[in-house]
Ligand binder design. Structure first.
Ligand SMILES: *[C@@H]1O[C@H](CO)[C@@H](O)[C@H](O)[C@H]1NC(C)=O
Ligand SMILES: *[C@@H]1O[C@H](CO)[C@@H](O)[C@H](O)[C@H]1NC(C)=O
Ligand SMILES: *[C@@H]1O[C@H](CO)[C@@H](O)[C@H](O)[C@H]1NC(C)=O
Ligand SMILES: *[C@@H]1O[C@H](CO)[C@@H](O)[C@H](O)[C@H]1NC(C)=O
Length: 360
């Protein structure tokens, strides 16, 4: 394993902030896109107002549960429900993981509200525990809870290095490590492909389903890789990378991946696939892993996968689904989760600029 590269991690954590800044920035662009300075400031104010509307009401009515139900001012503990369409194995005793607070921490830093950020960090370090008998979706728990903790940790580090009186002492990283260690039993399969579901306290449950999605196996490397780089414990990155390599080895001769698979046999269950639900973030994580870790292996996978998508799924401006063995169209439907695709285009065209800025 290479040495940790906090600068590179911080660079990516701030990518979002940079995008927000770019949207608010140069006056020269005003004539081009019609957004003058006054309008930008008004829009920025609206975004801030909307954030606090959501955040304050969550804190008032739902915290420390996972999410606010805005119409009834109630709450839901969604971490155990996400991806669980049939609401099976719901825990009796789970009171939430303050999921919305965890997810809001980075926004608080971007908005400059460090007082509230510190308050959240203190609460989480004293009160959040993952030693709960709750069956959660590994993918959702990874992108929301582990990702939320890690990005907030990186931002907190950045800000506490400028602020000598800061109270931050890696509490969020300790939580992230505790959570990440609970993910590892999911990867103990003959293929290294992880189970879709894990019980945070007891590991993989008896008779757990062996069916999972391509996203479920291929969207772990950013968070688990970052966790390894930050803690020096290589197990997280190794588990996620092994799963990703296995998944890529299962691609068809057309360089396409299916949408669902069996983690014990490593065989595809569903051969019809596209860039939407079940697959979307597999592509997203390949390009982002290349930007974050700088390894050509991710770029090579992404590039081959991207070319195959353009060749077999694209029809004019639309993307349909196709059988990964033949490339024949299967479903002519547009779905919401495909909407991330335009966002990867600038990453591709800026490949060289990205390698430079994250390695410098
Ligand atoms: C959840 O809250 C209930 C009611 O306050 C409490 O009895 C229970 O012990 C809590 N569960 C956990 C895991 O702390
Ligand atoms: C930070 O957030 C809290 C909670 O919404 C709010 O009361 C406070 O005024 C905010 N501080 C700043 C500087 O915006
Ligand atoms: C932890 O939770 C308890 C019980 O709700 C609360 O009294 C305490 O202030 C919390 N700790 C922090 C640091 O906020
Ligand atoms: C697991 O499946 C076996 C065989 O179908 C069954 O006998 C057993 O009761 C199941 N265990 C649980 C915890 O559901």
């Amino acid at each position: 394993m290479r040495s940790p590269r906090p600068a590179r991690l911080a660079a990516v954590a701030l990518l979002l902030a940079a995008l927000a800044a770019a949207a608010a920035a140069p006056a020269a662009a005003a004539s081009r896109d019609g957004y003058g300075r006054a309008r930008r400031l008004r829009m920025r104010g609206k975004v801030v107002e909307m954030f606090y509307h959501a955040y304050d009401n969550y804190m008032a009515y739902a915290f420390p549960h996972d999410e606010l139900k805005p119409l009834t001012k109630g709450f839901t503990d969604s971490l155990s429900e996400l991806g669980n369409l049939n609401l099976e194995h719901l825990p009796q005793d789970y009171n939430g993981s303050a999921l919305t607070l965890v997810e809001s921490l980075s926004s608080l830093v971007v908005l400059g509200n460090l007082t509230e950020f510190d308050r959240g960090v203190s609460w989480l370090s004293e009160n959040l525990t993952f030693d709960v008998d709750a069956r959660v979706n590994l993918f959702e728990c990874n992108i929301r809870l582990l990702g939320g903790l890690i990005s907030a940790h990186i931002l907190a580090k950045d800000y506490s290095s400028q602020n000598k009186d800061g109270v931050y002492q890696n509490q969020l990283l300790h939580l992230a490590e505790n959570l990440g260690s609970r993910f590892l039993p999911a990867f103990e399969t003959p293929t290294g492909l992880p189970y879709a579901w894990i019980n945070l306290k007891y590991g993989v449950m008896e008779n757990e389903t062996t069916e999972t999605s391509t996203s479920g196996c291929g969207s772990l490397i950013l968070e688990m890789g970052a966790l390894s780089r930050l803690t020096g414990d290589p197990r997280y990155e190794a588990a996620a990378l092994r799963a990703l390599r296995k998944l890529w080895s299962m691609r068809s001769s057309l360089n396409l991946v299916g949408s669902t698979l069996d983690v014990l046999s490593g065989n595809w269950i569903e051969y019809s696939s596209g860039i939407g639900a079940g697959v979307d973030s597999f592509y997203e994580y390949l390009i982002k892993a290349y930007i974050l870790f700088g390894s050509d292996e991710y770029w090579d996978m992404f590039h081959s996968a991207y070319l195959a998508v353009q060749k077999y799924f694209r029809h004019g401006p639309w993307y349909h689904e196709a059988d990964i063995r033949t490339g024949e169209a299967t479903h002519w439907q547009l779905t919401s989760l495909q909407a991330f695709w335009p966002g990867v285009q600038p990453d591709i065209t800026r490949r060289c600029c990205c390698c430079k800025s994250v390695t410098s």
